[in-house]
Design a protein around this ligand. Structure first.
Ligand code: ADP
Length: 346
């Protein structure tokens, strides 16, 4: 059993509360991703789970056992950091075998475990190499392999891909997804600021802001039903557009949120909003059109394929029916039924 229960957890540094009343139930085998802006407390929460940081108040249970005062090495967890810190003079095999040698595991068992982990991470051809003869992605996989051989109940990842270039990030992300499938019993908690990693790897995402949990849900729950303006703006890339004031009034909301892919350009000029194109980007597969309608940020509209609308064009557009989000002045969702906005008065 490797479920994890966090109840009323606080972390303070002096007078500063960095984590406030965190409550989370993580099921055995779940892949959980912590996201949030820099400084929101993601790493601190991960470090309190690992035992590298103490807890100021509240309770942490792993596998039904309260571990507040249990040493990191006795919690059944393994942690993978962004810097992989391999021993440079040891082969891949020896790096992965090191912790097992320390615990005097029999040689045959060490070989079996290292070979199994290498197989899982596609490292079998490299066992006799030194780390310097590996790519960054392969090194990070060795660091993961070193953790796997210890057979942890809970795996903690702190931005493990952030030192890799774009192509290696994609490849290593796929390795982590495979790893999750090969270790269905192992609970995994993963910190990242990368949208794609969060959306593709997580069973559930925990969104943090200023040390508070804003929302917990599957990637699609957060994407489709954000429970605050903050989560609406944080999940999704490019960001959800926010339209306010006069632009939102017809919808009975202080702010209307519409994702770039949920805007339709209306050729006859009868859309809810209109403005001048200030910039357009053709990416081949799709294009992004940036439109000034008097909001602080330009509205971004995604179109499939190439766009006929370029700088200077005046276009009219509207949200796709039922694919927009309404928020009140405090940033909470508006729950009263939407009126059909009057859009053609101009
Ligand atoms: P994140 O991982 O989301 O970027 P962190 O968990 O690293 O955020 O930090 C959360 C907050 O706690 C930040 O404001 C940071 O300055 C503060 N903090 C982290 N570690 C310490 C420490 N050892 N002493 C004092 N403040 C800290």
């Amino acid at each position: 059993m490797s479920d994890l229960k966090i109840t009323g957890l606080y972390k303070r540094y002096g007078n500063v509360e960095v984590l406030k009343d965190i409550n989370l139930d993580i099921k055995s085998g779940e892949f959980i991703v912590f996201v949030g802006p820099s400084g929101c407390g993601k790493s601190t929460l991960l470090r309190t789970i690992s035992g590298l940081e103490t807890i100021s108040a509240g309770q942490l249970e792993i596998g039904g056992r309260v571990v507040n005062d249990v040493a990191p090495s006795k919690r059944g967890i393994a942690m993978v950091f962004q810097s992989y810190a391999l021993y440079p003079h040891m082969t891949v095999f020896d790096n992965m075998a090191y912790s097992l040698k320390l615990t005097r595991t029999p040689r045959d068992e060490i070989r079996k475990k290292v070979e199994e982990a290498a197989e899982m991470l596609q490292l079998s051809p490299y066992l006799e190499r030194l780390p310097k003869a590996l790519s960054g992605g392969q090194r990070q996989r060795v660091a993961i392999g070193r953790a796997i051989v210890r057979n942890p109940q809970v795996f903690l990842f702190d931005e493990p891909l952030s030192n890799l270039d774009a192509a290696l990030r994609v490849a290593t992300r796929m390795e982590i997804a495979r790893l999750k499938d090969s270790l269905p019993e192992t609970t995994m908690i993963y910190v990242t600021h990368d949208q794609v990693e969060a959306m593709t790897l997580a069973d559930r995402i925990v969104v943090l802001k200023d040390g508070v949990v804003m929302q917990v849900g599957t990637p699609m729950e957060l994407y489709d039903h954000p429970q605050s303006l903050f989560v609406a703006g944080f999940i999704g890339s490019p960001k959800m557009n926010f339209l306010t004031g006069r632009n939102a009034e017809p919808y009975g909301a202080a702010t209307v949120g519409v994702r770039p892919e949920h805007m339709d350009i209306v050729p006859d000029g009868q859309g809810a909003w209109s403005g001048k194109v200030i910039y357009s980007e053709d990416l081949g597969s799709d294009s992004y059109i940036y439109v000034d309608i008097g909001e602080t940020d330009p509205v971004i509209i995604r179109q499939e394929g190439k766009t006929p609308y370029h700088t200077g064009a005046v276009i009219s557009f509207e949200p796709r029916a039922d694919l927009y989000h309404r928020f009140d002045a405090s940033g909470k969702p508006v729950t009263t039924p939407a009126k059909t906005p009057v859009t053609s008065e101009a």
